[in-house]
Design a binder for this molecule. Structure first.
Ligand SMILES: *Cc1c(COP(=O)(O)O)cnc(C)c1O
Length: 493
């Protein structure tokens, strides 16, 4: 029946659609139920039938004969896509070690175990086992940070952005006149770290008024001095992290800034960002200022990330003078920004690794990756090329040089020479992939685990710096399943 003015429904075609009950009894459905649950498959069948009905009702749609095999292939794609969008482990073949979109630092095994143990049971989170009394949350962790940086006190919050917010919020306090307290920052350091973290915005959020000193490329100590007023509550130095100003430049070192702070009685804070705890140049990497350098220089507080160069879980660390840090721990914001038991457990285990410097390079995954030698990278690339070549014919597969990055706004302009294995459908030959885009998309959506590589210069590239031996095997396995002519079941379209 159709009401006036509406196109007539192709009723016979609609009526010819099989029922949900019938479809769920087919072999195709049984195959899906073995992998997903009956409820999931039932819901997907219902949804897909409803979509089909809508399509068939469209006046301009061509007649759509119902094909059972195709119907289930489409449902399988739907379910696989849903599966692929859950949070899951992926293979990072980008060569970017601290990839923010991929969760930054992979944890050391002992740190992951510590988080797992904390997750599965109870722990002495706020209890001193020696006295049996209530203890400070994270007391052990804070002591470790102090030992490793030379700071008098430390606290841990959710991330470095939270740390900067809390530190500024505490330093600003209230001015006698009720006006906003001022924070002085060099114009060359008003950076955006990525996404939503811009230094000027965070200063604003903390309730402080930003006072800019100097010019974008040059700031001198006299510029800070000129900017100081009765309302000044902090001198802030920000590590430029993800960019460098080159050419005619000048900035004020932390030592000079600390001297000015002492002279004027104004606290000095450094937002270090990357959070190196050790001098990376000892491992042949570029020199990065460490948290200990800031403490030695005499800052009142230094803020840094736990999941950048420190190689731990996502968190932010504030370290510095006892009275300053204690005030931050008492600020009402602290309760809102504090970390959970799994993070603390993982951080503590990560920090303990730093007590054995001999082993550190091996035990901390990010240092292992950042310091991988050309020989290791070449050996890994050869193994991956061999495994991929054996997995599927019809592809051109080569080893090439590339530049990887530390990522996460750390060691910015320094590229790390690396090796990639690059793939494209072999020109003039039959291949199971039509394009490099298809290779990238199929491995990303259907790889087990999903593989994240890079498209560059007409190739799909896999950088081996960020891949483990297990990853190499998993990529080759996925490549065979998805691209070998014998096993390939369908594309992702
Ligand atoms: C990365 C970074 C931040 C933000 O740290 P998160 O841990 O991502 O919150 C802040 N400041 C600087 C200088 C940074 O490099």
């Amino acid at each position: 029946m159709s009401r006036k003015g509406e196109p007539a429904l192709p009723e016979p075609a609609l009526r010819a659609l099989p029922s949900v009950h019938y479809l769920l009894q087919t072999d195709d459905a049984a195959r899906l139920v073995a992998r997903y649950s009956r409820e999931t498959v039932r819901a997907a069948v219902r949804e897909h039938l409803a979509d089909l009905r809508i399509k068939m009702r469209r006046a301009d749609s061509p007649p759509l004969p119902f094909e059972e095999a195709r119907f289930f292939a489409e449902i399988e794609n739907r379910l696989q896509d849903r599966d692929a969008s859950r949070l899951q482990r992926v293979i990072n073949a980008t060569g970017i070690v601290l990839h923010t979109n991929l969760g930054r630092a992979p944890l050391a095994a002992v740190a992951a175990d510590a988080a797992r143990n904390a997750a599965l049971g109870y722990l002495n989170l706020e209890m001193d086992l020696v006295s049996g009394q209530r203890g400070a949350r994270g007391g052990q962790t804070e002591e470790l940070i102090c030992r490793l940086t030379g700071a008098e006190a430390a606290i841990v919050v959710n991330n470095n952005a939270a740390g900067v917010l809390l530190a500024l919020g505490t330093l600003i306090g209230e001015t006698a006149s009720g006006e906003a307290g001022e924070v002085i920052v060099s114009r060359g350091e008003l950076v955006e770290i990525g996404g939503s973290f811009r230094i000027p915005d965070v200063i604003h959020q903390s309730g402080a008024r930003l006072v800019e000193a100097g010019a974008t490329n040059r700031t001198r100590l006299s510029d800070y001095r000129k900017a100081i007023t009765a309302q000044t509550r902090a001198l802030l130095k920000v590590h430029a992290s993800n960019y460098r100003i080159v050419g005619f430049t000048e900035d004020v070192g932390i030592l000079e800034l600390v001297a000015l702070g002492r002279e004027t009685g104004i606290p000095v804070m450094e937002d270090l960002g990357s959070g190196a705890l050790i001098d990376l140049s000892r491992l042949g990497l570029p020199k990065e200022p460490t948290a200990g350098d800031a403490i030695t220089a005499g800052v009142d507080v230094v803020a840094f990330s736990g999941d950048k160069l420190l190689g731990g879980p996502q968190c932010g660390i504030l370290a510095g003078k006892e009275t300053t840090i204690r005030a931050m721990g008492r600020h009402p914001l602290f309760r809102a920004l504090r970390v959970d038991k799994m993070t603390l457990a993982a951080l503590e285990a990560t920090l303990r690794l730093y007590e054995d410097m001999e082993q550190l390079r091996e035990s901390l995954p990010i240092l292992c990756m950042l310091t991988a030698t050309p020989e290791t990278l070449t050996r890994r690339a050869r193994r991956l090329r061999a495994a991929l070549t054996a997995a599927a014919p019809g592809f051109e597969i080569q080893i090439a040089d590339s530049i990887g990055y530390s990522g996460g706004g750390t060691l910015p302009e320094i590229g790390l020479p690396s090796k990639v294995v690059r793939i494209r459908p072999a020109p003039g030959k039959t291949s199971t992939a039509n394009s490099v885009e298809e290779i990238a998309e199929t491995l990303r959506r259907r790889g087990e685990p999903p593989v994240i590589g890079v498209l560059a210069d007409g190739w799909f590239t896999l950088d081996v710096r960020t891949m483990t031996d297990d990853d190499l095997r998993a990529v080759a396995r996925s490549f065979r399943t998805l691209f070998s002519p014998n096993t390939r079941t369908g594309n992702t379209a």
